[in-house]
Write a protein that binds this ligand. Structure first.
Ligand SMILES: [Zn+2]
Length: 359
């Protein structure tokens, strides 16, 4: 299920990402069904059920707004060998379905890209996307399952299901969307952050479910993390908290929560953002959502329901629309969060990473 979803998802994503021009092209094209058959207005009724992961993007759909330099740039690495974020502009959807930030266009329609593992590679084919309204990040994936509920639900799968619903709802609302992954694959955080920066979106939202506490609570333990230095991140997080907490709080189940659940920050040792998905894409308004506790069986059961996943997706869209159209401040703000530990500093985790075929 997870792997076959890729192509249709990608098609919808590309149609959404290409703006008004795709509306003219889409209805008349039947020879490239994966890209053209999924219009934003029909995505809610189109189940991701493509029979193959083989891409059908044709060379005629490839375009690039990047200029071609005489000497293509190389990825700049930090002292730990991890690429520095903020080096790319736009992404290439490779013919194998991967989202790769673009360092440079090359002669012959090729592109020099930042691979999923954070390496430089020159590849042919694919489709360039310069920017989108929102970049969505389903946390974990592949060899990194994230939290696993006692009933067996993997956070990576739940994150993807919720994010796909959120993506569809945003497309229905008229926004263009890119996801950092569309299947059950591992993408290092540094690459997720670069995808966000490369596309210069209104916001970057990383979708997660929590684990760890068994402190019973009368209300959901929803945690919405924002960037320490971004008032916009704080307001968006507060609005997503308000809407998603409101949805979950309708359910009378056994909740667990930390005492300071709410809209908050988690600093690292240096006073910056602890979470890489907030720190690394610093110029982009970013939010890390921990909607509920997957480690709590009653919550695992609740959020495994597609209708509840849809409610969370719709709540997030509502929060985004309030963020864009009102001055509402949001709520749930925790002035002095409990210390949650520093943990490893995190180098972006590109170690032991094997790049997939990109062409
Ligand atoms: Zn997670």
């Amino acid at each position: 299920m997870r792997t076959v979803a890729c192509v249709v998802v990608l098609g919808a994503l590309l149609v959404a990402a290409c703006g008004p021009s795709s509306v003219e092209v889409a209805p008349t094209e039947v020879t490239t069904p994966v890209i053209e058959s999924v219009l934003p207005s029909t995505t809610t009724t189109t189940a991701p059920q493509a029979p193959t992961t083989t891409p059908t993007t044709t060379s005629t759909t490839t375009s690039s707004t990047t200029t071609i330099p005489d000497v293509p740039p190389e990825l700049v690495l930090d002292d730990q060998g991890v690429p520095m974020n903020g080096q790319t502009d736009g992404v290439l959807i490779t013919e194998t379905g991967w989202v790769t930030p673009v360092l440079s266009g090359l002669a012959g329609g090729r592109h020099r890209v930042w691979t999923p593992c954070g390496r430089t590679q020159d590849i042919a084919g694919g489709r360039f996307v310069g920017s989108v309204d929102f970049v969505l990040d389903p946390g974990h994936g592949g060899s990194e399952p994230g939290a696993v509920g006692r009933g067996g639900l993997r956070e990576a799968d739940l994150n993807l299901d919720v994010t796909l619903k959120l993506r569809n709802a945003l497309i229905d609302a008229g926004y263009s969307v890119m996801m950092t992954r569309q299947t059950d694959v591992r993408v290092p955080i540094v690459t997720r952050a670069e995808i966000a920066q490369a596309l210069d979106p209104i916001a970057f939202i990383s979708v997660h479910f929590n684990a760890g506490t068994d402190a019973v609570s009368a209300t959901p333990g929803t945690e919405m993390y924002h960037q320490i230095d971004s008032p916009d991140s704080k307001r968006l997080a507060g609005l997503i908290y308000e809407e998603s907490f409101g949805v979950l709080d309708q359910f009378d189940i056994r909740w667990v929560a930390l005492g300071d659940a709410g809209t908050l920050v988690r600093p690292n040792r240096e006073g910056g953002d602890y979470y890489g998905v907030l720190r690394r894409p610093a110029p982009v308004v970013s939010v890390l959502a921990e909607f509920a506790y997957l480690s709590n069986p009653s919550e695992e059961q609740l959020v495994s329901e597609p209708v509840v996943q849809q409610m969370l997706a719709d709540a997030t869209v509502k929060a985004i629309e309030r963020f864009l159209t009102t001055d509402d401040p949001g709520s749930g703000f925790i002035d002095d969060p409990i210390f949650r530990g520093y943990g490893p500093s995190g180098a972006g985790r590109t170690t032991n990473c094997s790049d997939p075929p990109l062409e």
